[in-house]
Ligand binder design. Structure first.
Ligand SMILES: Nc1ncnc2c1ncn2[C@@H]1O[C@H](COP(=O)(O)OP(=O)(O)OP(=O)(O)O)[C@@H](O)[C@H]1O
Length: 248
């Protein structure tokens, strides 16, 4: 895969497993510094797309150009249990005289000062996921791939992690692709929300103007309905009135 000096460019990408076409003529652009969220029904090819972007899966045809270095954070932290926290972060950053200070700085960034010598088994789920984020950041990625990184966390930890990822992405400005099943999370974190279906991007919605403040509620609600309907989630709930009705 050619390393792009710009952002991500995918053109007419195809990938099949046996008879099953999973990525089917997919086009995608992600500019440097842009944060896109990828939604789609289970099995539509989101993880396969991320694996292609990470260079760990191949395509059958099409153009794939992505910046490097790339870092991936998965749903589960995937830490090495026999290595302390700092060593797990060092594992992401490679060697070099400045590896240790950079790993310590990454731990500070993910708000884990004082945990450098801890064992992974002693961490909470949220802390472990922050170590995984630190291990990704220490690579100074120009492409950050996040595959449902908050899915296993409780609601409060999830909000804190969303906030942290948003701040870190704004500071480091990698091109970021976040896979999620949570429409609200996608709308609030993404500059754009992409809805994937049957191996292609079917919708590409600019959500930069939508924030967490109350004035955004109607627009957020409208988008939530549109996206849920696209995801085949029916009936949908009217979040303001609490009414339930069929999705059109
Ligand atoms: N290595 C593989 N060999 C065979 N089939 C595969 C392989 N990887 C993925 N698939 C199939 O490709 C399809 C898409 O999988 P993928 O994991 O990309 O979907 P997804 O959109 O990420 O789903 P989910 O939201 O459930 O995680 C599935 O039917 C899956 O079984």
């Amino acid at each position: 895969m050619p390393a792009s000096t710009d952002g991500v460019v995918l053109r007419d990408v195809h990938r099949s497993f046996g008879e099953r076409s999973v990525i089917d003529g997919l086009d995608l652009d992600v500019r440097p510094g842009e944060f896109v969220c990828l939604l789609g029904p289970s099995g539509c090819g989101k993880t396969t797309l991320l694996r292609i972007l990470a260079g760990i899966d191949e395509t059958d045809s099409g153009v794939v150009s992505a910046p490097s270095p790339t870092a991936v954070v998965f749903q589960e932290p995937r830490l090495l249990p026999w290595r302390r926290v700092l060593d797990n972060v060092l594992f992401g950053g490679g060697a070099g005289a400045d590896a240790r200070p950079r790993a310590l700085a990454a731990l500070t960034e993910v708000e884990l000062d004082g945990h450098a010598d801890a064992w992974p088994a002693t961490l909470s789920g949220g802390q472990a996921q922050r170590v995984a984020l630190g291990r990704a950041l220490v690579r100074e990625p120009r492409l950050l791939l996040l595959d449902e990184p908050f899915a296993a966390l409780d609601a409060l930890t999830r909000l804190r992690m969303q906030d942290l990822v948003q701040r870190l992405a704004a500071r480091h400005r990698p091109a970021t692709v976040l896979v999620t099943h949570d429409v609200e999370e996608a709308v609030l974190l993404g500059d754009r929300v992409l809805v994937m279906s049957a191996g292609r991007i079917e919708h590409d919605v600019d959500t930069r103007h939508i924030g967490r403040d109350p004035s955004s509620a109607p627009e957020l609600d409208r988008l939530r309905r549109l996206l849920l309907a696209e995801l085949g989630a029916a009936p949908t709930t009217d979040f303001r009135s609490g009414e339930t009705k069929e999705a059109s």
